[in-house]
Design a binder for this molecule. Structure first.
Ligand code: SF4
Ligand code: SF4
Length: 334
């Protein structure tokens, strides 16, 4: 007897379940590495040979950036990340305020971008996690583990709040959006696949034997040069190119290249909450679709995996958000 065919509605649920299992597997794979993480790490820089003792015209390479950070401060970074995530969820889903989401993302850009110099970041942590899973001699720092999982866990319940108010790479692109063009849907979907190719390539290069290992995502991070106020000219040019392009194509790195964005998109498939453009009656006027620079609204509804939680659609809605609140205040005053 043949079993009943799997319906098309069941497939996304099965895929989401498989992804959840994968996340759980990843998490529990880390348990054996926790003892290795407890090994104190020190860097006796002053005992290393210096340029004058080595001689022969040797030049000491530039100091590692960012500098190693005290363990307590690293914990503080994780706490600030968790607090910012909580604030992003509240501001987007409850307060529904574009103004405050923007303020939060500027604060995150200042702290995680320019002050913390773009490190540690969940996007690059993909590589550390991949290495930790394949090389038992590699001790992944606990802070990296936490930073990798935190936005994914939040996305499982509430969607891509990390992209809306916390990620400095997202924030720097958000600030330059000027006159976004509509990317044809088919081209948008095709370009969106690039991030999965990039993700696979980055993992493959990260899990190579230690000597040949390469952290591609960090090496080609287009914005880290701005955060650190230094960098190779070609990388600064690349970052500048993304920002210029981002004036007319909303957040090109997020939509087409960010490998962590690909993981977050998968997690949102399980999320019970997400951006709903109006809280009650839908007007179907289309103003929100015009306001979304990321092509994330389909048939007047936010597409959960593509929605970057910028809250622009609320701001454009005559029934909701800052605009509606301002109108209500005017009515009360008059
Ligand atoms: S898609 Fe990537 S770069 Fe963009 S906001 Fe999300 S995590 Fe950051
Ligand atoms: S649907 Fe578009 S405009 Fe609305 S929050 Fe999502 S990305 Fe922003």
């Amino acid at each position: 007897m043949r079993g009943a065919p799997i319906s098309t509605q069941t497939l996304p649920t099965l895929r989401s379940g498989a992804f959840l299992l994968l996340l759980l597997f990843l998490f529990f794979s880390f348990v054996p590495t926790l003892s290795a993480q407890a090994i104190p790490y020190s860097r006796p820089v002053e005992t290393a040979p210096q340029a004058d003792t080595i001689g022969g015209g040797y030049k000491t390479p530039a100091v590692q950036k960012p500098l190693p950070r005290d363990a307590l401060l690293q914990v503080l970074d994780v706490l600030i990340l968790a607090a910012a995530m909580g604030a992003a969820v509240w501001l987007v889903l409850k307060r529904r305020s574009r103004k405050w989401v923007l303020a939060l993302s500027i604060g995150s850009l200042a702290y995680f971008g320019f002050y913390r110099e773009g490190c540690v970041c969940p996007i690059g942590s993909i590589q550390n996690v991949a290495v930790a899973l394949t090389d038992r001699t590699y001790a992944i720092p606990m802070v990296v583990t936490a930073v990798f999982f935190l936005p994914l866990v939040v996305a499982l319940f509430f969607g891509r709040a990390f992209c809306g108010g916390v990620c400095p790479l997202g924030a720097i692109q958000e600030l330059v959006v000027l006159k976004p063009l509509c990317v044809p849907p088919r081209l948008d979907r095709a370009l969106g696949l690039l991030k999965y190719v990039y993700l696979a390539l980055a993992i493959l290069l990260a899990i190579k034997p230690a000597l040949g290992r390469d952290f591609l995502i960090c090496r080609f991070d287009p914005f880290v040069g701005f955060f650190r106020r230094t960098g190779a000219p070609h990388m600064l040019l690349l970052g500048g190119g993304f920002l210029v392009l981002g004036m007319f194509v909303g957040r090109p790195y997020c939509r087409y290249l960010c490998p962590y964005g690909g993981l977050l998109a998968w997690c949102t498939r399980l999320a019970r909450r997400g951006v709903t453009i109006t809280p009650d009656k839908e007007l179907d006027c289309g103003l929100c679709a015009e306001a979304c620079p990321y092509g994330a609204i389909d048939h007047m509804r936010a597409v959960r995996k593509d929605c970057l939680y910028c809250a622009r659609c609320y701001a454009s809605c005559p029934r909701d958000g800052d605009l509606a609140r301002a109108k209500a205040q005017l009515v009360t005053l008059s």
